[in-house]
Ligand binder design. Sequence first.
Ligand code: UTP
Length: 292
Amino acid sequence: MKNTIRKAIIPAAGFGTRFLPAAKSQPKEMLPIVDTPTIQYVVEEAVAAGIRDILMVIGKSKRAIEEHFDRNFELEKELEEKGKVGDLAAIRHISSMANIHFVWQKELRGLGDAILCGRDHMGREPFAVLLGDTLIDAKTPVTKQLLAGYERYHESVCALEEVPREKVSRYGVIKGTRMQDGLYLVEDFVEKPSVAEAPSNLAIAGRYVFTPEIFDYIEKTTPGKNGEIQITDAMRLMVRDRAMYGLRFEGTRYDIGNKLDFLRTNIIYALKRKDLAKDLHAFLRQLVAEHK
Ligand code: UTP
């Protein structure tokens, strides 16, 4: 049966070693962009694509994620008594926008293994995957774009970001054939190629739609670097047997687990905010002038 997509997995169990010491006792997915935790934007992206059933994969030191999506009656009462209607609505929205479930990845054995933790919950349905530490700023939410891509062929689709050629060796890129509407038929995935050998500059970007067969391929995937089961390796196996597509999206990707990206994202998102833009802009101009 060719189901539409109702469910998503958000992997958020990783150690976040690139964001220490902050990630030692708190999830990097809870790091705020302006005043909102990264993972809340990620959930909002899934909800904007019509997904209401979300499974978060978490691990040790990730309790704050559970609490953030739970109701906080004391806080609600306090806001109600003070007449802070806007804040109250915003707080209630966090826990009511989706049905959020949790599963624990008991050993951190990589992103492929984290996705495999969602097997029972996803059943035989196709599903979306959104990395909990990655934001994609786009006019049309990227998960919504991927769902439209899935509806066309009913096969797995991954988001592709166009990256500068000279930086291609930092990413996993595709070898593929261009179809239509930004879709590519993927022939292979190449991890961190040299500039000369790169088959494209289209990098896999932290958002996916998978048919349930991906779980069989993750199970067959042998652990790679650091004993981790990489989702890209499972995708390489799957693409040998069945069609898989990539979708080049319009938008910008931010990896919050990387310190420089985290700082940049905060500034970019703050400059979009009516309550902050003017003062922040003035401050940045002054700072640049002082450092010339
Ligand atoms: P990253 O590749 O950023 O891995 O994961 P990481 O281990 O958290 O980060 P560093 O490299 O140590 O700094 C991308 C997403 O996948 C999740 C992470 O929580 C993050 O949201 N993930 C990664 C898991 O859920 N389990 C894993 O075993 C690995």
